[in-house]
Design a protein around this ligand. Structure first.
Ligand code: ADP
Length: 305
């Protein structure tokens, strides 16, 4: 079974010489709920633009369900629903007409299309807007219309670029619920965001992009564990013994007088000290070694704000 999305060596240099993507490698498995997290300007929209061929890449390959977009874009596109950041429907058309036209583009019979329109408008809280012209919708409603339109051909991979931008908190929650529901039913979901909390509450796997490069690619669980882990450097008065193990802690001997200990959030430092004491070690000073990920997030958030 090919992955839902496979990106290798992706590069993009815009006409003005700006290198927005500097060799991106990403793999998203079928059924995943995946976040691409990064500050503004990191390269998220460019990546999505390449996947849906709005942006021409400079190098690299993109496969959707094993289909190379350069070899068979139409084939790849059938598997793909994309919700870009910019609204790109005709605002003078009604909600229903926009969806019917999209269904027509994919050759979906009208009867099937109307059934799906009923379903998705209901699920996305737009049922009463069916005959309203799109320009009369609020920003959040337009975003939900974009999602309904991306789903009309029932793609197996749904990609959303900052789906909650301009959506109020209450609607955000129902949008999350809806995305979780279609993910549980088998749709692979990939979203971009610059909020860690958004990714945290929804996604199983995550890649962090900054300045056009993937800086971390791991499971959400691992990322949070890393973020919640602190590393302390402890100095001893006497030469340290060789065996420094203390149950429940990861301890590394740095030199004859200092050790490094990992403390997960919720662990008791007193237990560590007692354990070391039992080994005849008395600690005279300790300091916090900076957490690489924590530091990275602080700088990501500063850049995003
Ligand atoms: P993100 O979606 O993470 O905010 P983007 O992919 O939109 O980031 O942008 C990545 C970089 O590429 C930014 O520096 C942005 O200014 C630049 N960029 C985006 N679109 C263009 C364009 N059409 N021409 C030149 N530079 C662009």
């Amino acid at each position: 079974m090919p992955p839902a999305l496979e990106i290798a060596g992706l590069e993009k240099t815009y006409a003005n010489g700006l290198q927005a993507l500097k060799g991106i490698d990403l793999q998203v498995e079928k059924g995943d709920f995946f976040a691409l997290l990064g500050p503004n300007g990191a390269g998220k929209s460019t990546t999505i633009g390449v996947i849906c061929s709005l942006v021409q890449k400079s190098a690299g390959t993109v496969r959707v369900k094993g289909i190379d977009i350069d070899e068979n874009f139409a084939g790849a596109k059938r598997h793909l629903g994309v919700v870009p950041q910019e609204f790109n429907f005709n605002v003078f058309e009604s909600v229903e007409d926009i969806l019917i036209h999209q269904a027509g583009y994919y050759g979906i019979p009208l009867k099937t299309a109307l059934g799906r329109i009923d379903l998705y408008l209901e699920k996305l809280g737009l049922a009463d807007k069916r005959h309203v012209r799109a320009r009369m919708l609020s920003g959040g409603m337009k975003r939900r219309l974009m999602i309904a339109r991306a789903l009309i051909h029932e793609p197996s991979v749904l990609i959303l670029d900052e789906p909650t931008a301009g959506v109020d908190i209450e609607m955000r929650r129902s949008m999350y619920n809806f995305l979780c529901e279609i993910n549980a039913a088998g749709t692979t979901i990939i979203l971009t965001t610059h909020y860690l909390e958004e990714a945290e509450s929804l996604c199983r796997n995550i890649a962090i992009i900054n300045h056009g490069k993937i800086v971390t690619n791991t499971s959400m669980k691992n990322l949070l564990r890393e973020l919640h882990r602190e590393i302390f450097i402890l100095d001893s008065r006497e030469t340290l013994p060789q065996d420094l193990s203390v149950q429940g802690f990861t301890i590394t001997r740095k030199d004859d007088y200092s050790i490094e200990a990992q403390i997960d959030r919720g662990q008791d430092l007193a237990e560590l000290m007692a354990g070391l004491h039992q080994r005849g070690v008395s600690i005279i000073s300790m300091r916090n070694r900076e957490n690489r990920l924590e530091q990275m997030f602080v700088s990501l958030l500063e850049q995003a704000s």
